[in-house]
Design a protein around this ligand. Structure first.
Ligand SMILES: NC(=O)c1ccc[n+]([C@@H]2O[C@H](COP(=O)([O-])OP(=O)(O)OC[C@H]3O[C@@H](n4cnc5c(N)ncnc54)[C@H](O)[C@@H]3O)[C@@H](O)[C@H]2O)c1
Length: 330
């Protein structure tokens, strides 16, 4: 497929800003649409003078704006979304409404103008399944609706259903990517993301706050690897109408993650265990393990993560200790 002009919704966010940078480096023209609700202008301000870059600060659910922009573009990456467990617990109405409503508007306009669209979904969609690794065609095991965190998973699952419905009904090229924990420069701990929080705590000599007993395991993938996958997937026409996992298979418990961050940062910090109820209120649900099955990504685009967890932690610690000297490289 041949794309020249690309829209990235959520382009001022953590993943979006890296995607935009990588697309510009490859010679694409990029327009971002971001309402800066969780994203930051500073994530993209260094791109302002690039003649191939345009930023529109607005909601991606603005139908009139999309009516104007989408016809002039060849591909849409839809990343705009409420993200992060903390945000989902604190603002459940906004989360559910905005995720589904925004995706609905984006898909309608892509459908009207027949533009391919990449939808960024999440490993949260697998819910509480205990059968690892998680492969795209397996059943999901959703938690109770009374437990708020599952609202995010269900809203994103509904996004997937709607995108696939457009594919089945009108053959709209939709590319659904289920991202597992993605980490790297510019990610903020403000909305409950664990690794940036640990790095900041260690570099500032504070205790690292582990929620629960810390035995829950996760796999953290570098944003640089994720971006490669996001760029390659829509270039392969047979990926349209499919769900594809992108993530790392290197497992670590949250307790071990805290220990590795302390070690790599050379910090004297201790680990403080905080019960889930204290962190998120009563009735919080978590899952013990989440590993992606990568066969699809490997077969379709020959994708495998290149960065180890230690590489990522080293990079983040260096960046935290010397913020300005390394900023340009990331
Ligand atoms: N970071 C992860 O580990 C992870 C894991 C799974 C899935 N994802 C998905 O990847 C995408 C990007 O996530 P991120 O980690 O970069 O988060 P982020 O919060 O940094 O980025 C989201 C961006 O979308 C913008 N936004 C939100 N709602 C909007 C709207 N209605 N209109 C315009 N802009 C809007 C925010 O301002 C922000 O810049 C999201 O769809 C998220 O669900 C992320």
């Amino acid at each position: 497929m041949n794309f020249q002009n690309i829209v990235v919704t959520g382009g001022a966010g953590f993943i979006g800003s890296h995607l935009v940078e990588a697309l510009l480096k490859r010679g694409y023209h990029v327009t971002i649409i971001d309402d800066l609700s969780t994203g930051k202008w500073s994530n993209i301000s260094h791109l302002e003078d690039n003649p191939n870059f345009r930023a529109i600060i607005a909601s991606a659910a603005d139908t009139q704006l999309l009516e104007k922009e989408i016809p002039n573009h060849d591909l849409v990456y839809h990343l705009a979304s409420a993200v992060g467990v903390k945000l989902i617990i604190e603002q459940p109405v906004k989360t559910v409404e905005s995720i589904f409503h925004t995706t609905d508007v984006v898909l309608k306009l892509c459908s009207r103008y027949r533009k391919p669209v990449v939808i960024t979904s999440t490993s949260e969609v697998y819910g509480k399944s205990t059968t690892v690794p998680f492969s795209e065609e397996m059943d999901v095991v959703m938690g109770a609706t009374e437990k708020r965190r599952w609202a995010y998973a269900c809203a994103k699952a509904l996004d997937e259903f709607l995108a696939l419905a457009h594919f089945y009904e009108t053959n709209l090229p939709v590319f659904i990517v289920r991202l597992f924990n993605t980490v790297g420069p510019r990610q903020t701990g403000q909305y409950g993301m664990v690794l940036p929080t640990f790095v900041e705590q260690a570099v500032n000599g504070k205790s690292l706050t582990v929620y629960g007993d810390g035995k829950q395991k996760r796999c953290f993938c570098s944003v640089h690897d994720v971006i490669e996958g996001l760029i390659q997937l829509p270039l392969v026409p047979k990926v349209a109408g499919k769900v594809v996992n992108l993530g790392s298979q290197e497992e670590v418990s949250i307790e071990q993650l805290a220990q590795r961050v302390i070690e790599i940062a050379g910090a004297n910090s201790t680990i403080e265990y905080i019960p889930y109820e204290q962190a998120y209120g009563a009735g919080f649900d978590d899952m013990q393990q989440r590993i992606p099955d990568l066969k699809r990504a490997q077969t379709l685009i020959n994708w495998n993560p290149q960065y180890s967890l230690d590489d990522i932690i080293h990079q983040l610690v260096q960046l935290r200790k010397h913020p300005t000297s390394m900023l340009k490289h990331y």
